[in-house]
Design a protein around this ligand. Structure first.
Ligand code: ZN
Length: 80
């Protein structure tokens, strides 16, 4: 991974972040993701294995939502 930001040449540091990325036209958020963050502009970069994992999470999320949308609504009614 480059040690300088592609956009502003700022210094990079490795941090765990709330990752934000686009998947099939949707913005997905995943907490506690190891990333390289530009100290200057805040741009996030992910190593290839990390990015792959994020895509897996996004895919699973899509499946989960398809399967349990209705049961979740029922569960909410039962609690209130
Ligand atoms: Zn930058």
């Amino acid at each position: 991974m480059a040690d300088q930001c592609e956009f502003c040449d700022g210094e990079m540091e490795q941090r765990r972040v709330l990752a934000r990325f686009r998947y099939k036209g949707e913005t997905i958020y995943v907490e506690d993701v190891p990333a390289w963050v530009c100290k200057h502009c805040g741009e996030q970069y992910f190593d290839a294995p990390v990015y792959k994992r994020l895509e897996e999470i996004a895919r699973q999320r899509e499946q989960i939502r398809r399967v349990i949308t209705f049961p979740l609504a029922e569960f909410d009614m039962a609690v209130s």
